[in-house]
Design a protein around this ligand. Structure first.
Ligand code: SF4
Length: 219
């Protein structure tokens, strides 16, 4: 039977969204503090981090803007400042001289390594959860991020579930049901990646079937 709390409490979806927005607020404030202390804006820090995660630590401006969900003028200005600070430099493609990419300099690599620790306070908080809770949270986040991507609210990120190399639930081992065709190895939910340097986007027509196969797992 319903009681007063049932009547006055917001739906769980709204309470979870409120909780996530509190975490986002903490991340933003931490990023501003850390970035400010190093003379960077959070966007400039994100660009360094993004380049750090790329296989050759370089990317074109349009790729950076798309990945971070920022406009080209915003990305252009941030890149200009990073170049002035000698944290990145421009390089021309060896195969097409018209293509110019931004690459981390040695100084930029060091700064990107320091920037990577901005989120350590959050990782530490997540560390207070049990292994099972962490795995469930990771899977829940993957599903939420994917739903936001489908809504068009955030760009496609380099996650396993949209990767060309991802083969979900192809093994009988319940601990390692998935397969990564890039490293040719089985893995379980606890190793799902939300940012992977080896990521290669799956063809749009393959994303739906891959997602259905992923959902057909244990949840
Ligand atoms: S290459 Fe990376 S993103 Fe793709 S399936 Fe393997 S681990 Fe996941």
């Amino acid at each position: 039977m319903n009681n007063l709390l049932d009547e006055i409490t917001e739906p769980i979806t709204k309470r979870v969204a409120t909780g996530l927005s509190k975490i986002a607020m903490a991340l933003r404030s931490h990023a501003w503090q850390e970035a400010g202390a190093r003379g960077l804006t959070p966007t400039q820090g994100q660009i360094l981090l993004f380049l750090r995660q790329q296989p050759d630590q370089s990317a074109m401006l349009s790729t950076i803007s798309d990945a971070l969900g920022i406009s080209d003028p915003t990305g252009c200005e941030a890149v200009r400042v990073l170049e002035k600070k000698q944290l990145i430099r421009k390089v021309r493609s060896k195969t097409d001289a018209r293509v110019v990419a931004n690459i981390l300099t040695p100084k930029g690599r060091k700064e990107a390594d320091r920037t990577a620790s901005w989120q350590d306070f959050l990782a530490e908080a997540v560390g207070s959860l049990t292994d099972t809770e962490q795995e469930a949270l990771l899977r829940g986040l993957v599903k939420t991020i994917r739903a936001l991507q489908e809504q068009g609210n955030i760009p496609i990120s380099q996650m396993c579930v949209t990767c060309n190399f991802f083969r979900p639930n192809v093994h009988d081992d319940p601990e390692r049901p998935h397969h990564c065709a890039y490293v040719d190895a089985p893995f379980g939910d606890k190793l799902l990646r939300v940012e992977c340097a080896e990521y290669q986007p799956a063809a749009p027509e393959d994303r739906g079937p891959t997602w259905d196969a992923f959902l057909a797992g244990k949840y």
